[in-house]
Design a protein around this ligand. Sequence first.
Ligand SMILES: [Zn+2]
Length: 428
Amino acid sequence: MPSVRTADLLIVNASELVTMAGRRKPRAREDLANVHAIAEGALAIRDGRIVACGRTPDILARFAQKKGKPLDAAGKTVIPGFVDPHTHLVFAGTRESELVMKLEGKSYMEILASGGGIQRTVRATRAASDRELLRGALGRLERMLLHGTTTVEGKSGYGLDLDTEMRMLIAMEMAAMRQPVDVVRTFLGAHAVPPEYQGRPDDYVDFLIRTALPEVVRLKLAEFCDVFCEEGVFTVAQSRRLLSAAKRMGLGLKLHADEIVRTRGAELAAEVGAVSADHLYRSSKEGLERMKEAGVIGVLLPGTSFSLMQRDYPDARMMVSMGLPLALATDLNPNCLTESMPFIIALACYKMKLTPSEALTAATINAACAIGRQDEIGSLEPGKKADIAVLDAPNHLHIPYHFGVNLVETVIKDGQVVVRNGARVAKV
Ligand SMILES: [Zn+2]
């Protein structure tokens, strides 16, 4: 008889255990749809890590839970916790009145001219106290966790001055220490040209390179540097200058690319070796090809198109067929206010024609790759963190199929049950 090992927690009888097993690389083409599901699945967790996955009888023959009863997932789907690789999770103020303006047919430029848009959020964020920034971030992370997200990327970019940018990054660090969701930080000082530098974007880029970036790196406040490369914001040349400097200082690179106009941000992402280029709404086929060759992941943000009431969405089917690996993210921000990755998966299916399996891969292992965490999270395999969501659904197709409600019943983070019956487990 094989010896029985102990586990801190066993999850058993899952009608579907979606493992996403495979190479710790972004999945593309037909691999994107291969979720490696196990029927009647089970997994064993010890010391916050997954130690085994398989069929329930096999796992029960090999493992015994130290105390208490195993988590019975009969009739339910077990998936890796969602990874949200693009959020603007720290900000102050809200912009609900702009929804009404959008419904009245006002353009983004008109909203901006009336004192709204990103500059409104910049004013509110600069004026907010550290406490207010932290409280806002904690509320959003809580909702993310309840919707099954266990790791997020968070960007600065509503300060646009050194003090507020640093306060945003520190708020993320404090928030990460106070609740279970892991936060990977990105410096997005180049989110917009601040009012103090109006008409002088090159001077602002100089300030970012000479003053802000060195300070962010010295204090280890971020892992990635991002830029809003867009017509009327930062040109390809300015973005290249900033990203090249960030790379020399040891940061990973990301881009907001080709969201509104085809600026050739996709080509720049390939040229500078970014880990991801995000949005890609107007990218050229050639730019996407170059991204693929350079190993850049395309992060699609259908929530943004939805909140901007756009008719068209990025051509995800074309990207899949050309072999570009895709990830999905919420783009959580005051203009696209959702913490829900299941909602984003639904949009990806209904609006961009990704299959449920492709969308789930893009929201887990590929999303982990887009923030450099593929060795730790994004799939349920021995050695990886036990970051897991249990859904009240018989299979993962229900994530987009049963939309607009929260199917997440249990969330496990680092091996601990942190959400039970859809509610946060009180800290002991
Ligand atoms: Zn964004």
